[in-house]
Design a protein around this ligand. Structure first.
Ligand SMILES: Nc1nc2c(c(=O)[nH]1)N[C@H]1C(S)=C(S)[C@@H](COP(=O)(O)OP(=O)(O)OC[C@H]3O[C@@H](n4cnc5c(=O)[nH]c(N)nc54)[C@H](O)[C@@H]3O)O[C@H]1N2
Ligand SMILES: Nc1nc2c(c(=O)[nH]1)N[C@H]1C(S)=C(S)[C@@H](COP(=O)(O)OP(=O)(O)OC[C@H]3O[C@@H](n4cnc5c(=O)[nH]c(N)nc54)[C@H](O)[C@@H]3O)O[C@H]1N2
Ligand code: SF4
Ligand SMILES: [Mo]
Length: 716
């Protein structure tokens, strides 16, 4: 226990306090304090010692114990007894459940081969042991289909690696030193709260905060300047900024000459991407573009925080290449607090190859995209053998993945054997044949990956699992034992896993080991401090040339390791443009006027403030904070359709429909509607993903959630 923390001063005297880590898919990865009595989690708090958590948790987690003991929590293994999706289950024992799974899988393997079995998981739990490892090694050993996981950030990763390489980039904590901060397609107030606190502190010290967002989000409302390009046109804005920085003579020529590649070609490419050209595409006035270019170049240190939403249209990857190029043009990288932040995860020393054992994948094993699972289950993508069984954990595709109607139709297949390990009977688990109860946060030992800061985070097993729930890794250990897998990794305890999964001997871990983590709860990686870290002052980009590559010779598309399957699965795809550029959305008035006639409105479906993806959307306290599913629409568009504030509306396109309550507001411009994500399908009429597309964007097989045309009409 950190000596600075006196448990008895924080919580009641009879209870004990343990270090926790928030396991959710959130860049903040908060360090928590769990108050526990008699094996029961009484309450949680943010760790006051952690420089980012600073003692505060978000609205989702502040009463985390209530999620642990929610009356709907799944407590026992169950078998489906009613029709698929009817949610009629009977309690069975663990032995019965695991025996049935293994028997069914063996029969499927005999008839179709192991690739007829597919895993489906994501970062519902970000623990190294129960999240990231969680099953990859097991399914690789089984010879199952490889499920490519490109839900989030993959286009961004590809673009980032091409331009600057696997660097943590600008430390989110260094923003306290920034004089100019651009938050681009990120709703920090809801999704990166603890970074927003640092941005606010910098703002109080005089930094100007600019938010570039398709609508007036909570974060945009806290900015000094909100710039609202039409969704999917950020690439045009970024190219025009490059044009304008060059045209206004604001390039840091010395930095460009020494530490970048392809400047002359970029200059030539950007020459025609003028602010006038960009105004017509983005709707952002020429004067604003020039001003932003001037301020970004001159108000140093200038910081850019890119949100994953930048990748969510066809040209998303190209957009991120353009934005990632800007700090090298202006020389922002020379300063503490200057540069651009993508995911600091690149400098975390995790051993993905040990966690996920890609070496166990039989050669020639097929890869299926988690974004296209509906099509895959229905055989719309040729599948030989067909997927006959799927096991789902740490993810809820029926709520979160695109083309939900197809996913539901696929899960309704009588011949599909679905296993679901869950905390609740989620929209996906509703279709399961076997349900397995999984342990939650305080009930298992782990270390939690962070993609949003430079700390390692430890989570103590300090509470008992209710009912018969067991941690994910124990589920896979038991399955592996039943299938006779002899590899030692299937026998490691959770603690042994942690010893193996982190490269404790790396320079970033100097002075840190598992014992240290247990005693302190968190540790900053040894990669410099937020007050002195200037990783690219003199170039040192981890690219093939060692420079920031505006131009990438022979650039090819790829799905970046480690997120492809959390292992190094680098597979070069089609040729890419060597230079960044603006590539318009697929579903737009410019690109597809016929489609736009039928579906004239561009929907954006970002995260909900009080839900964590689909987690918490079944909890009454969070529903009260979040309100019912709303559809934000401008007065002009509402008038055209006879919609009044508070009317129930139907949002539809050829892929499906969902319903919500109209919220007429100037926060969205005409032509755009906003409806947030996470509401459960079983509690609503459709969801935002009933209408979203499973088409990939230009890079990294990323999702195209913002590249989406719809029509809104009055509903009854
Ligand atoms: N339209 C639209 N769709 C989107 C997005 C968007 O912006 N717009 N965002 C996308 C993004 S960024 C992401 S990351 C994905 C997220 O998609 P998902 O990862 O599928 O999202 P969650 O809803 O968090 O689902 C996690 C599930 O895992 C369960 N779970 C949590 N912890 C554990 C555990 O320890 N064990 C087991 N067995 N289960 C556990 C939870 O109960 C929950 O049901 O959604 C994507 N979908
Ligand atoms: N409260 C809460 N916090 C979360 C999550 C959650 O579900 N709820 N999910 C977690 C996860 S998985 C992730 S990946 C992060 C993501 O966090 P963010 O990066 O903030 O992602 P989003 O909320 O999807 O979108 C952010 C903003 O981008 C805007 N946007 C969408 N498309 C465009 C576009 O084309 N151009 C521009 N300029 N703006 C656009 C949206 O209007 C939205 O305000 O948040 C994490 N934190
Ligand atoms: S969801 Fe994010 S902000 Fe909330 S407690 Fe977890 S890590 Fe912190
Ligand atoms: Mo995400």
């Amino acid at each position: 226990m950190n000596e600075l923390i006196k448990p008895e001063t924080l919580f009641g005297k009879s209870s004990e306090t343990f270090f926790g880590g928030c396991p959710h898919d959130c860049p903040d990865t908060c360090s928590m304090l769990f108050e526990v009595e008699d094996g029961k989690l009484l309450s949680v708090r943010g760790n006051p010692e952690h420089p980012m958590t600073r003692g505060g948790l978000c609205v989702k987690l502040k009463d985390y114990e209530q999620r642990h003991y929610h009356p709907d929590r799944l407590l026992y293994p169950m078998r489906r007894v009613g029709p698929k999706g009817s949610k009629q289950f009977e309690r069975i024992s663990w032995d019965e459940a695991l025996d049935e799974i293994v028997t069914r899988w063996k029969a499927i393997i005999d008839q179709y081969g192991p690739q007829a079995i597919a895993p489906y998981s994501y970062l519902g739990n970000q623990g190294l042991v129960h999240g990231l490892n969680g099953g990859d090694a097991f399914f690789n050993r089984l010879g199952a289909t490889v499920m490519e996981r490109t839900f989030c950030g993959e286009g961004s990763c590809t673009a980032w690696l091409l331009t600057v390489g696997p660097t943590a980039g600008l430390d989110p904590e260094s923003y306290i030193h920034s004089k100019y901060i651009v938050i681009w397609a990120c709703n920090s107030v809801s999704t990166n709260l603890h970074h927003w606190a640092i941005v606010r502190d910098a703002q109080k010290k005089g930094a100007k905060v600019v938010v570039i967002d398709s609508y007036a989000s909570r974060t945009a409302k806290g900015a000094d300047w909100h710039i609202a390009p039409k969704p999917g046109t950020d690439g045009a804005l970024a190219m025009a900024l490059i044009n304008s920085i060059i045209e206004q003579g604001l390039v840091d020529q010395d930095y460009v000459d020494n530490y970048t590649l392809g400047y002359e070609e970029l200059k030539e490419r950007a020459a025609s991407r003028t602010p006038e050209w960009a105004e017509a595409i983005t709707g952002v006035p020429v004067a604003d573009i020039r001003q932003l270019a001037r301020e970004l170049a001159t108000a140093q240190p200038a910081a850019i925080r890119m949100g994953v939403a930048l990748e969510r249209h066809y040209g998303g990857g190209q957009t991120i290449r353009a934005v990632s190029s800007i700090p090298a043009l202006t020389g922002a990288w020379r300063h503490v607090g200057g540069g651009v932040t993508q995911f600091p995860v690149w400098e975390h020393p995790y051993k993905f190859d040990v966690m996920c054992r890609p070496d166990l994948i039989p050669e020639g094993t097929r890869v299926v995209s988690n974004l296209q699972i509906g099509r895959a289950l229905l055989g719309e993508i040729p599948m030989d053998p067909p997927i006959m069984s799927m096991m789902c954990w740490n993810s809820n595709p029926v709520t979160q993945a695109p083309e939900t109607d197809k996913i539901v139709a696929g899960l309704m297949r009588e011949d599909l054997f679905l296993v679901s390990a869950e905390h609740f009977i989620s929209d996906t688990a509703s279709y399961a044949d076997i349900l397995l109860p999984a342990s939650m946060g305080a009930e298992m030992e782990d270390m939690i990956l962070s993609w949003g800061h430079l700390y390692l985070t430890y989570n103590t097993k300090c509470a008992d699992s209710p009912g018969e729930a067991i941690p994910n890794n124990e589920i896979f250990r038991r399955l592996a034992a039943r299938l006779g897998f002899e590899e030692e990794n299937f026998k490691w305890s959770d603690a042994e896993c942690l010893e193996h999964y982190v490269d404790w001997s790396s320079p970033a871990c100097e002075g840190i080991d598992l014992t240290y983590m247990r005693e302190h709860g968190f540790a900053r990686l040894k990669v410099g401090t937020p007050d002195d870290r200037v990783p690219h002052k003199e170039g040192n980009f981890p690219t093939p040339s060692g420079k920031c590559e505006f131009k990438v010779e022979g650039a090819k598309n790829f799905v970046a390791p480690p997120f492809r399957q959390m292992y190094a699965g680098f597979q070069p795809g089609e040729d890419l443009d060597p230079l960044p550029d603006y590539v318009g959305a697929r579903e737009s008035h410019a690109n597809d006027p016929e489609l736009a006639k039928r579906f004239p409105l561009n929907i954006v479906s970002p995260k909900s403030h009080a839900f964590l993806n689909s987690c918490y959307a079944n909890m009454e306290q969070k529903q009260q904070v979040q309100g019912e599913q709303f559809v934000m629409i401008n007065q002009i568009d509402a008038d055209k359709r006879g919609i009044l504030n508070g009317d129930r509306v139907r949002v539809a396109n050829d892929r499906g429909a969902f319903k919500g309550v109209a919220r007429i507001t100037d926060d969205v411009k005409a032509g755009i509607v906003v409806a947030t994500l996470g509401y459960w399908r079983q509690l609503n009429e459709g969801t935002v993903n009933s209408i979203s597309s499973s088409a990939f964007t230009d890079m990294g097989h990323a999702p195209s959630f913002s590249d989406n045309l719809v029509e809104v009409s009055l509903s009854n």
